[in-house]
Design a protein around this ligand. Sequence first.
Ligand code: NAG
Ligand code: NAG
Ligand code: NAG
Length: 387
Amino acid sequence: MEARRSFGGFFAMLVLSSLVGSATLAHASCDFPAIFNFGDSNSDTGGLSAVYGQAPSPHGETYFRQPAGRYSDGRLVVDFIAQSFGLPYLSAYLDAVGSNFSHGANFATSGSTIRPQNTTFRQTGYSPISLDVQFNEFYEFRRRSQVARSRGGVYEKLLPKEEVFSRALYTFDIGQNDLTAGYFLNMSTNEVKAYIPDLLGQFKNVVSHIYGEGGRYFWIHNTGPFGCLPYVMERIPILVSQVDRAGCATPFNEVARHFNRGLKEVVTQLRKELPLAAITYVDVYAVKYALISKPVKYGFKQPLRACCGHGGKYNFDMHMGCGSKITVGGKEVLVGNSCKDPSVYVNWDGYHYTEAANKQIFDHIVGGSFSDPPVPLNKACHRLPSP
Ligand SMILES: *[C@@H]1O[C@H](CO)[C@@H](O)[C@H](O)[C@H]1NC(C)=O
Ligand SMILES: *[C@@H]1O[C@H](CO)[C@@H](O)[C@H](O)[C@H]1NC(C)=O
Ligand SMILES: *[C@@H]1O[C@H](CO)[C@@H](O)[C@H](O)[C@H]1NC(C)=O
């Protein structure tokens, strides 16, 4: 009896430990060897700068101490993501000088949209590198990097191994510019809403294509409350009754949330269609809106006003942008020289967030409490069992 009981106990322990073992395994940290990022200026680490000229000083001043291809005073959320995995910051795919792609590549450019625009960069400032083009770049990169690697030498050190593409994290932050583009063409909110299904369809196609190229782990940011950004509030007149308690323009934020609901639905569909993919939807809208609507709670003094800018209600005038030279009282001044402490501002230049805000956004999303499913960033390789 005694022997049987202890055998039973031993057996139960074995079962228990193997259960615990597999549970621990399912929650093991993911070892992403690389990040491939797709997006707009929210995550551009040098793409637009490589092609159209460097984002001028004082961009980059807080962290890099010089212009660094980013539209911010310092690091972006994607930089903090890379850093959290012990990876170097991502080189922009378009940056031909000094880049190291062994741990990933960044296809984002400032002004990028999901849909190709029918206007040029010079006309409207939207980048020609829309999401479909970013996918084409990735497709070429994946193949050509392997051909180049086979030549050995420095190419082996600067380009990823084949296996990296299926083990990498694929990150996305795009959509905001598609929504503002319609408004800047004088469309009504209903007209903008009418093309959102087209945006979402094109976004979904790109994720499916990356899966077709072997990508498995996807981390998708939703779009932010662009109705709180000076470049939108200054340019598109709205009624006083359409301003909320945080001082943001309600109609634009409603459109952003409308897009985000659709994006979340697309993610649900993709999970069904791509059986081996782990896809995380991340509500950065909620975090950005929290920083802007409760600035003091998060250590900010200025939620809406741009730090690096000049003029207007929000220290922003699109004709006197951050880093440009203007004449004030007969003297030439650099726009941004008056921005002494970016760390108390949420907004950097009227369009983008400060490093301080980006750090807060990262700190909030890294643990998974703004994600669906609610898994932390370093567990984003685990596909949840189907319900
Ligand atoms: C550009 O024009 C094409 C052809 O008229 C149209 O199908 C497409 O939706 C337009 N794109 C945008 C962003 O307006
Ligand atoms: C490129 O980055 C990888 C990953 O951090 C590093 O191991 C390697 O030394 C770098 N290569 C060169 C040539 O800088
Ligand atoms: C939008 O409307 C404004 C004001 O009426 C006008 O100045 C501008 O040219 C219009 N823009 C477009 C793209 O039609």
